[in-house]
Design a protein around this ligand. Structure first.
Ligand code: NAP
Ligand code: G3H
Length: 484
């Protein structure tokens, strides 16, 4: 199935339905986050090659945009079927490439199968409308607007390392069903997994050029890509820093951005503390905290803090630490820069008097699950996104203080509220400046047909299957003017 995508460990790029190498011969070597062994190399494409790709994508989109939706949906269903047949193989690549633990890697691929199937079905239900002129004062029924949804053209999809398959597919599938062609720029570390996904779509019968890939470092090729005249929409998931940079560079190109987060779990006095602890631990530490929606701070009412911390500690102690293939919970972080950053947050918290409950142990890129009590608002850990297995607990006196600290963050992705009082839950939920509030659950993106969005520095626009299809299509109005 995947024999065409590489020569040995040299992975090619998908261009006009064929797997090709860069004419320059330039490649980027990818190493394991676990032990630095070489996993493979990917093409480092030149500007000239990227330009050829974008010209090809533009040409290919025209026919695809005219292809009936039910035929586009058939290609997506076929892609889902092929992906389902290759779950284990792709999950193994992810384990090697981004050190995702085996359970999470398998679950990412399976979730992506469901995502693509749902998108294919949902696409068939995106409909237009007819609006009569007489709704507006001064007009009568002689005017009728026929509104349909049409594709935007070429969608540039840029995905992050932490979900190279799912967060690539969650851009590709809605863009394709809406009739766009797609240029996928996968993360450099994570590119091989994403190239496997691209081959799944290719083998599913997507016409040549409707999905192309661009590999190469974002820092080198990114600016050229996001400012290219043929790009009609940018769908980006990644860090706030890079997202803001792209937004400046790309000027008037419309975009959807899902960026960083500092999701708070607010725990009230009357909460089911067992439930809260269970959700907080899985929310904070799964895939070693490398999730935008990870629980990244706990704001707990002081009176129940000791009890909650004990319950959290018991669960963190049960987390297994090691290598991705060993069925563990905590694996090495993506690279040494990421591990150094997390360590700097830990060191800052310790220096400023936070109480270490567990952790602060490091072996290479592996950071053991770390838990802090008595974190205060002068510490970096109260505000910065670690993207690692470190959880700060901030004690608060009441609901108002929880809302105030939660909203002082530059981020606004999600928050959780744990309480048995529905009035308090809704009061807090309404006040929080975030895209989504979870009542009595950890913060998380799924199910994937729900709207998923961040406010403030956490993003702009809304993902979620129907929302994504709408974001990557536009209304087209044709007005019929009847003689009388
Ligand atoms: P990142 O460093 O921002 O990279 C994301 C993507 O952008 C990669 O494909 C990267 O390519 C590319 N890129 C880098 N510079 C670029 C440029 N100048 N122009 C165009 N593309 C460029 O993020 P990451 O480290 O992969 O992911 C972690 C971050 O993503 C965290 O902050 C996390 O919270 C956030 N995230 C958010 C969500 C969400 O839905 N809100 C989901 C997942 C992750 P290279 O790999 O080649 O540099
Ligand atoms: O990393 C960011 C993802 O959008 C989070 O998705 O909540 O399903 O882990 P998740």
């Amino acid at each position: 199935m995947f024999e065409n995508i590489s020569e040995g460990k040299n992975y090619k790029s998908l261009f006009n339905g064929e797997w090709v190498k860069s004419k320059s011969g330039k490649t980027i070597q990818l190493k394991s986050p676990v032990d630095e062994t070489v996993i493979g190399e990917i093409q480092s494409l030149s500007q000239e090659e990227v330009n050829d790709i974008l010209e090809n994508s533009k040409a290919a989109q025209i026919k695809w945009g005219e292809t009936p939706i039910n035929e586009r949906a058939e290609v997506l269903f076929k892609a889902a079927e092929l992906l389902e047949e290759n779950v284990e193989e792709i999950a193994k690549i992810m384990q090697a490439e981004i050190a995702k633990d085996s359970k999470s890697a398998v679950s990412e691929v399976k979730r992506t199968v469901d995502f693509i199937k749902f998108t294919a079905s949902e696409g068939k239900h995106i409909e237009g409308e007819t609006i009569g002129g007489d709704n507006f004062p001064g007009f009568n029924k002689s005017k009728l607007s026929f509104v349909t949804r049409v594709p935007l053209g070429v969608v540039l999809s840029i995905s992050p390392f932490n979900y190279p398959v799912n967060l690539s597919a969650s851009k590709i599938a809605p863009a394709l069903i809406a009739g766009n062609s797609v240029v996928l720029k996968p993360p450099t570390q994570g590119a091989i997994s994403a190239l496997y996904l691209a081959e799944v779509f290719n083998k599913a019968g997507l016409p040549k050029g409707v999905l192309n890939t661009v590999t190469g470092r974002g820092s080198e090729i990114g600016d050229y890509l996001v400012t290219h005249k043929n790009v009609n929409f940018i769908n980006f998931t990644g860090s706030t820093e890079v997202g803001k940079h792209i937004a400046k560079e790309a000027n008037m190109i419309p975009m959807l951005m899902e960026l960083g987060g500092k999701d708070a779990a607010i725990v009230l006095e009357d909460a089911d503390l067992e439930l809260a602890a269970k959700n907080i631990v899985s929310g904070a530490y799964s895939y070693s905290g490398q999730r935008c929606t990870a629980v990244k701070r706990v704001l707990v009412i002081d009176k129940v803090a000791d009890k909650l911390i004990k319950l959290i500690e018991e669960r963190v102690n049960q987390l297994k630490v090691g290598n991705p293939e060993d069925g563990v919970d905590i694996t090495p972080l993506i690279d040494s820069k990421a591990a150094d950053f997390v360590q700097s947050l830990i060191d800052d918290a310790l220096a400023k008097g936070a109480k270490l409950i567990l952790g602060n142990k490091r072996e290479g890129n592996l950071i053991y699950p770390t838990l802090f009590d008595n974190v205060t608002t002068d510490m970096r850990l109260a505000w910065e996104e670690p993207f690692g297995p470190v959880l700060p607990i901030i004690r608060i006196k009441d609901i108002e203080e929880a809302i105030s600290i939660a909203n002082r963050s530059e981020y606004g992705l999600q928050s959780s509220v744990f309480t048995r009082n529905i009035d308090d839950a809704f009061y807090i939920a309404k006040k929080l400046e975030v895209g989504t509030v979870q009542i009595n659950n950890k913060t998380e993106r799924g199910p994937d047909h729900f709207p998923f969005l961040g406010v403030k520095s956490s993003g702009m626009g809304t993902q979620g299957i129907r929302y994504s299809i709408e974001a990557m299509s536009r209304p087209k109005a044709i007005v019929l003017n009847l003689p009388r």
